[in-house]
Design a protein around this ligand. Structure first.
Ligand code: SIN
Length: 305
């Protein structure tokens, strides 16, 4: 079990009102020891970070991917659980899937309520995550929250407050966990790795800079021009509808491309993909959200380096 922080490890000074909330206060070993049914599993706990996941950085991702790669390679390890904050959980999940494409289950879990809240959801999520990590035949990067098992490509935080905050959109969850048993609906994630994970060993400060720009009413070229001037290597455009881009932004993106910047198009819609039917249009990120498309482009640029 690898700990990175989040509300699952968070505390509040008032369990009723969630006042004085602080993410990542409790170490991962403390989280494990607080869940009695976990005693029947052979678990090792390792702290990778202790942060609020809104502050997730490439440096933490680098450390996490190296530790995951290390433990996945150990024959005695059946699977890995990573405790994480909910706010960037889907980004870390997609990053790990595209970096490692693990043949064992690599399960991320989190909580919407701090560990000492009246309605703490972390303990059950942790137990469910360990159950999935020990499931024979399970593979890929998975997210376990509120009794559902989501695949890294589809999972998304959909609600800012509700305990059942995550969904997989039209694809639906991979499985549900009921009374410690899995009921599977579809295949485990098997999206390929985009590059050998060892390429991520370089200092995270050297990873290519990829930013997201939104196509919205009134958008102009200024943001793209400033990013190009700063040496950005890739731009993900969060486009409207089925991937349409405001003409002002499009002109700026074309200039960026001429300056050597790679452009990838995703949609800002909550559901659906950029259905690519125009060979002249910017390349499509398919159904990946803008934040996942950013990871895709960053890893692709590293692969090409
Ligand atoms: C975080 O993302 O670290 C804080 C919020 C949460 O875990 O729900």
């Amino acid at each position: 079990m690898l700990g990175t922080g989040g509300t699952i490890a968070g505390t509040t000074s008032d369990a009723g009102e969630n006042l004085g909330y602080r993410a990542g206060e409790i170490g991962v070993a403390g989280l494990v020891s607080a869940v009695a049914p976990l005693a029947r599993f052979a678990l090792e706990a390792e702290q990778v970070a202790q942060i609020d996941s809104k502050d997730m950085s490439h440096a933490v991702w680098r450390e996490l991917v190296l530790r995951c790669a290390h433990h996945l390679a150990r024959p005695e390890v059946a699977g890995i659980v990573v405790t994480h904050g909910t706010d960037t959980l889907e980004e870390t999940a997609w990053f790990l899937q595209r970096a490692l494409a693990p043949l064992k289950p690599l399960v991320l879990t989190a909580a919407m309520r701090p560990a000492n809240a009246l309605q703490a959801d972390g303990p059950q999520n942790l137990l469910d995550a360990v159950t999935v990590a020990c499931t024979a035949g399970a593979r890929g990067v998975l997210v376990v929250m509120a009794g559902a098992v989501h695949g890294a490509a589809d999972v998304r935080k959909l609600h800012s407050y509700r305990i059942d905050a995550f969904g997989s959109g039209e694809a639906g969850p991979v499985a549900v966990i009921e009374e410690g048993r899995l009921r599977c609906f579809r295949a485990w994630p098997n999206d390929a790795a985009l590059l050998p994970w060892a390429a991520l060993e370089v200092d995270a400060a050297a990873w290519p800079r990829v930013e997201i720009v939104f196509s919205h009413a009134g958008v102009g070229p200024a943001l793209v021009e400033a990013l190009v001037a700063q040496g950005v290597r890739g731009l993900v455009v969060a486009a409207t509808g089925n991937g349409s881009v405001h003409v002002q932004l499009d002109v700026a993106l074309q200039a960026a491309q001429r300056a050597g910047v790679r452009v990838l198009r995703s949609t800002r819609c909550a559901f659906g993909a950029v259905v690519d039917n125009d060979p002249q249009a910017w390349p499509s990120a398919g159904a990946l959200t803008p934040v996942k498309a950013r990871i895709e482009l960053m890893l692709e640029l590293m692969r090409l380096a």
